[in-house]
Design a protein around this ligand. Structure first.
Ligand code: 5AD
Ligand code: SF4
Length: 476
């Protein structure tokens, strides 16, 4: 057996790509190791969304320099968004790297690794075309969706899976590198997606998370039928064995009535929407070219809440984008106060070479101001998340149990600390046993902080306690 070490940074799309690459290398006789020292092949699946993510990978590569000298046969590969963005620059900065492969070329990895082992001194670069490197159709073809047959043993849990429904992005927000590294938006055919979900269900998968950069913009024509995203949700909902359907990340303008109605009406759809607002000020949204105003966002948000009072909505925010005044920032604070998001992912603006904002807008907010705004927004969001989580005290929620919690001692005899999620994607921690992993069970909540609900599984035989809890109506 050859040993593979793989390190993944970035979004869910990268986690899925790594899962699929590992599965394809397993077929080549690889098994996973968690140390670079004894690995025959080391792969980094990279992210370019912020500078920090790239710095992390370049330092990790730096730490491999000596190992490669001692073990020249060790294959070192860089895959993912930074591979597409930096291309040969990676060979210049780390000359001992053997393979650089972009996210649209992952199907080539088994061959590239094989060839790198045979010819240790030959560096190989496989990337897709840039957004200006040809006709749209040619560029599209050069970004291939990597969707080989699934291998349940490769997933963190066999009953949960990511399913790619779309690659690329055409929104071109001015700060964002994704449209250049992941290429034009392309939707996978609905029939292919449903077949993949069916296969996953046949293998025991209970929860699927549909993935796309702007997942609710998905649309596909097959024959004379055009599927909208809501049609896809209905089709996936039909698959027997699937109990929960999630999707990330949504684009605010494409949160149409049919999508919200599908989420509301389909019981398997998780009542959770990740719809990044990015900013609370119209001037900043215009500079970001997000394509909507705060009034539009608010309308979408109110519609979702009106149709599904218990829906959990999360957002992303960028602080310290070019020209952000204190007043602009306060408008983001106001939006968070008003929308009371379940949680928000908050990022300091990081200028990305090759984006419109890097070319035309100054990165003019000092880092200490970015940091302060980040902390202020985070403190506000945490306060809201904690207050909202307190509403669950004394309530009973349905939890899909994912596995042992991070703090659980895997060798402990007796009860094990488990973690899972509610139907609106809140994390719940409670005591249980290994056999419960993969089941959906009622959990009574007795404590909560900003990020976690703490509870106890309600079992039928406890009788009196069930009755004492039964008077409280469930929030989900
Ligand atoms: N700087 C900081 N944050 C960014 N994001 C995207 N590009 C940048 C950037 N240049 C954030 C957005 C996006 C999330 C995945 O990352 O909020 O929704
Ligand atoms: Fe980037 Fe905007 Fe596309 Fe999201 S919608 S991936 S922020 S360009």
């Amino acid at each position: 057996m050859k040993k593979l070490y793989i390190e993944t940074v970035g979004c869910q799309m990268n986690l899925l790509d790594s899962e699929l690459v590992v599965a394809s290398l397993r077929k080549e006789g690889y098994e996973l190791t968690n140390s670079t020292a004894d690995a025959d092949t080391v792969l980094f699946n990279t992210c370019s969304v912020r500078q920090h993510a790239e710095d992390k990978i370049y330092s990790a590569l730096g730490r491999l320099k000596d190992a490669k000298k001692q073990m020249p046969n060790k294959v070192i590969g860089v895959m993912g968004c930074m591979a597409q963005k930096d291309q040969r620059l990676i060979f210049q900065r780390a000359p001992y790297v053997d393979i650089v492969v972009g996210p649209g070329q992952l199907h080539q990895i088994p061959r590239l690794v094989r060839e790198a082992r045979e010819n240790p001194n030959q560096q190989q670069l496989e990337v897709s075309l840039g957004r200006k490197d040809g006709a749209v159709e040619t560029i599209k073809r050069s970004h291939e969706s990597f969707d080989p047959l699934r291998d349940p043993t490769m997933r963190p849990t066999p009953f949960q899976a990511y399913v790619r429904i779309q690659i690329g992005c055409d929104k071109f927000c001015t700060y964002c590198i994704v449209p250049s590294v992941r290429g034009p938006e392309q939707s996978r055919p609905g029939s292919q997606i449903v077949a993949e979900v069916q296969q996953l269900a046949d293998e025991g998968c209970k929860e699927v998370t549909l993935l796309g950069q702007t997942v609710n913009s998905w649309r596909h024509t097959e024959g004379d039928r055009t599927w909208r995203f809501s049609d896809l949700l209905h089709a996936v909902h039909e698959v027997a064995g699937i109990e929960r359907i999630k999707f990330v990340t949504s684009y605010p303008k494409d949160m149409t009535d049919d999508v919200l109605a599908a989420v509301r009406d389909l019981p398997k759809c998780v009542k959770y929407l990740h719809v990044p607002a990015q900013h609370g000020s119209d001037t900043q949204l215009a500079r970001m070219k997000r394509g909507y105003t705060i009034a539009d966002y608010r309308e979408m948000h109110d519609r979702a809440k009106k149709w599904m009072p218990n829906v959990a909505i999360t957002s992303d925010f960028i602080v310290g984008f070019s020209g952000e005044s204190e007043e602009d920032f306060q408008q983001t604070m106001d939006l968070v106060r008003e929308c009371r998001f379940k949680n928000s992912f908050i990022f300091k603006y990081s200028e990305r070479p090759g984006t419109k904002s890097a070319d035309h807008l100054p990165d003019d907010i000092p880092d200490e101001v970015k940091r302060r705004r980040n902390n202020e927004l985070l403190a506000l969001q945490n306060q809201i998340s904690e207050e909202d989580n307190q509403r669950f005290l004394g309530q009973r929620v349905q939890v899909l149990i994912e596995g042992p919690s991070k703090k659980a001692d895997p060798n402990a005899a007796g009860p094990l600390q488990l973690t899972g999620r509610t139907l609106c994607d809140r994390i719940v921690v409670f005591e249980g046993n290994r056999r419960q992993v993969g089941q959906t069970l009622p959990v009574a909540i007795y404590d909560a902080n900003a990020h976690t609900l703490f509870g106890a599984v309600v079992t039928d035989h406890v009788g009196p306690e069930v009755f004492s809890l039964a008077g409280v109506s469930s929030a989900e």
